[in-house]
Design a protein around this ligand. Structure first.
Ligand code: URP
Ligand code: ZN
Ligand code: ZN
Length: 408
């Protein structure tokens, strides 16, 4: 993952105001030194303030990982300088934002997105501007997207994603997908880590005929990740069996979105998760399993962790709160919205994934934000295999997790 910092973090006032700030914390008393410091307030006239941007967020409930507290937040030039109750203001150079009755929290990081991604014969509809606007509206201030190589070439892929990201409005980073294997790819992986700061690589075990890799490639990739100290990530579904399952559905005359779920059941996610975990164990390298959607996959991760293996499991908001009943909606436009891979599972999987997240079996929440409009989804009107796979979430992630797992 390489990061590109436009802002240095963000505090969000839920429901009202978003303010760009940073997380560093210089010693408090240096800020009023010119006026004698002591008990004086911040922004206390040390020569007019010039172009120093000062913001005081007053009266909110500051939420951090360790606790929530009633406190003000004082920010200078994008850095959080102080968090404590009743911070006095010294002069008019401070912009005061009233956060009474609101939560003030650090901006979130979405570790899994696909903005302007070429996929299944089309391109995701949110780009690095509209996706960022949505993210910021929902309190996410950074995301990590997946660079897709161009014809297997990593450098060309990175160049293409840098161009896409020129319209960015917030912080972002890159993982990189590995879709082919040869000596050039091996060398390029090294260059990505050492020269470009990209140190997480995703291997798709599904999407036969396009992004899917064989076990042979996965093994080479895991070994390369180990030698580089990079993190291997997997989309864990058995792509060969998925292709078989899809054909079965078509042969049965099932062509609608429900065929998507029926053709790639949890057992195929569980099998691939177990296989990837065992190969990572064989290579002795950590593994990150993206979009864990089923109890089957989650239990493989739990078992490996119990045995001391380093496996990171990432649920996504759709998997945490939705269920597959949407895929049976008789209205194609509705049902097709919920087509993603691995599929959104039967009710019960969502609550189990929430419990696993609460207890630390799963570690962090992404979205797999990969949006297509209804015209694009309609490419698969007669054949679910052609419905572009992907759902939204970059805007909703934080408030959905807050609402379903904290407030409730
Ligand atoms: O359906 C999905 N998940 N679309 C995005 C590509 C991927 O597999 O992450
Ligand atoms: Zn995937
Ligand atoms: Zn994805």
């Amino acid at each position: 993952m390489v990061t590109h910092c436009r802002l240095r973090g963000l505090l969000l006032l839920l429901g009202a105001v978003a303010v760009a700030v940073a997380a560093s914390h210089p010693a408090n008393n240096e800020f009023c030194a010119a006026t004698g410091g002591g008990g004086a307030g911040y922004g206390c006239g040390s020569g007019g303030g010039g172009d120093v941007a000062r913001i005081l967020i007053k009266g909110g409930t500051v939420v951090n990982a360790h606790r929530a507290e009633e406190a003000d937040v004082y920010i200078e030039d994008g850095f959080v300088v102080a968090v404590r109750p009743n911070i006095p203001v010294g002069d008019d150079n401070v912009k005061v934002i009233d956060a009474t009755g609101k939560y003030v929290m650090p901006g979130g990081i979405d570790p899994h997105t696909h903005l302007e991604m070429e996929f299944m014969g089309t391109v995701t509809i949110d780009d690095f501007f509209s996706g960022h606007a949505a993210a910021l509206a929902g309190g996410t201030t950074m995301h990590i997207d997946f660079v897709i190589p161009v014809n297997g070439n990593l450098t060309a892929g990175l160049e293409s994603y840098k161009q896409k990201a020129e319209k960015s409005a917030m912080d972002y980073g890159f993982h990189m997908a590995i879709t082919k294997w040869n000596d050039d790819v091996s060398r390029e992986m090294e260059s990505m880590v050492k020269e470009h700061g990209i140190n997480s690589f995703k291997f798709f075990m599904a999407y036969k005929g396009s992004l899917m890799v064989t076990d042979d490639l996965l093994l080479q990739g895991l070994q390369k990740c180990k030698s580089l100290g990079a993190l291997a990530m997997v989309h864990a579904e058995n792509g060969d069996a998925v292709a078989e399952g899809q054909q079965r559905m078509i042969d049965l005359g099932i062509t609608g979105p429900e065929g998507h779920a029926l053709s790639r059941p949890p057992v195929l996610e569980g099998e691939a998760t177990a296989r990837a975990i065992r190969l990572a164990k064989f290579v002795n390298t950590p593994l990150y399993v993206v979009h864990v959607m089923s109890i089957d996959a989650m239990e493989e991760i739990a078992k490996a962790k119990r045995e001391g293996q380093r496996v990171i499991g990432e649920p996504v908001v759709s998997g945490l709160v939705l269920d597959d009943s949407w895929l049976w909606d008789p209205d194609f436009t509705i049902a097709s919205k919920y087509v993603m891979s691995p599929p959104i599972r039967e009710a019960g999987n969502n609550k189990a994934l929430q419990a696993a997240l609460s207890s630390g079996i799963l570690q962090l929440v992404g979205t797999d934000h990969c949006t297509f409009n209804s015209t694009q989804k309609a490419f698969g009107f007669d054949d679910f295999r052609k419905i572009p796979n992907g759902v939204n979430g970059i805007e909703e992630r934080m408030h959905i997790v807050w609402d379903s797992m904290v407030v409730s």
